[in-house]
Design a protein around this ligand. Structure first.
Ligand code: G4P
Ligand code: NA
Ligand code: NA
Length: 196
């Protein structure tokens, strides 16, 4: 088990409806020493790519993206969720549907902050159905920049996002992949991954 899986076992809480609560260390209270280990591991896994920018999405991707960015020495651009419609022109826009919240959001990034020379690492805390991630990918592609890699802290392997993104040919690295969880026992089962 890696340090992140150990932390999920120790402090994660399995809720009804296949929801994993990790708000004591990942997406409400944030353990920055853990984030730093995560940043170091992403740096190792994407060492071959010449990343010059990290892209994430508000809100809970931002904290982790910032610490990862310290390891790559590059800036972070976060996509904003927006309800307004008259923003085309100076913004890249993608439509993102949330299965969890049953709503549609526009996700936007200013054209000032992504351009064809950019080599992007996309970072997010969770990957479930992958709608948010597909929105980010579409924005990066529209800008002419390249998606060099995608780093996810926790992937829910029993939802379809990971497989869709891998089938599209992207280099996706998820530090912990949850293949099953049980709210009545609290048990979390991780997919076997190569040792770090
Ligand atoms: P997806 O298709 O983009 O993968 O996500 P989905 O709509 O299924 O999930 C909606 C939101 O819930 C996302 O955050 C996602 O990160 C989060 N999420 C999904 N499954 C879990 C889970 O088991 N535990 C936790 N803690 N979060 C989960 P969001 O609404 O985009 O944003 P924000 O929280 O970053 O503001
Ligand atoms: Na979230
Ligand atoms: Na997120």
């Amino acid at each position: 088990m890696n340090f992140l899986e150990e932390r999920i076992i120790k402090d994660g809480i399995v809720k009804e409806g296949n929801v994993l609560k990790v708000d004591s260390f990942l997406n409400h209270q944030m353990d920055i020493a853990l984030f730093d280990q995560i940043g170091k591991e992403f740096k190792r896994r994407f060492a071959k790519e010449k990343i010059n920018k990290i892209v994430t999405i508000e809100a809970s991707g931002i904290g982790i993206a910032c610490i990862v960015a310290r390891h790559f020495n590059v800036p972070v651009v976060f996509a904003k969720k927006s309800k307004s419609i008259n923003i085309e022109g100076e913004m890249y826009v993608a439509e993102v549907e949330s299965f969890t919240h049953k709503c549609k959001n526009q996700v936007i990034v200013s054209k000032k902050f992504l351009n064809p020379e950019d080599r992007v690492l996309i970072i997010d805390d969770f990957l479930a159905n992958g709608c948010a991630l597909q929105g980010l990918i579409s924005i990066v592609n529209e800008s002419g920049a390249s998606v060099e890699g995608i780093g996810i802290v926790i992937e829910k392997g029993f939802q379809s996002g990971g497989q869709i993104i891998r089938n599209l040919g992207y280099h996706l690295e998820s530090l912990a992949i949850v293949d099953a969880m049980d709210a009545s026992t609290g048990k979390v089962t991780f997919r076997e991954q190569p040792e770090w």
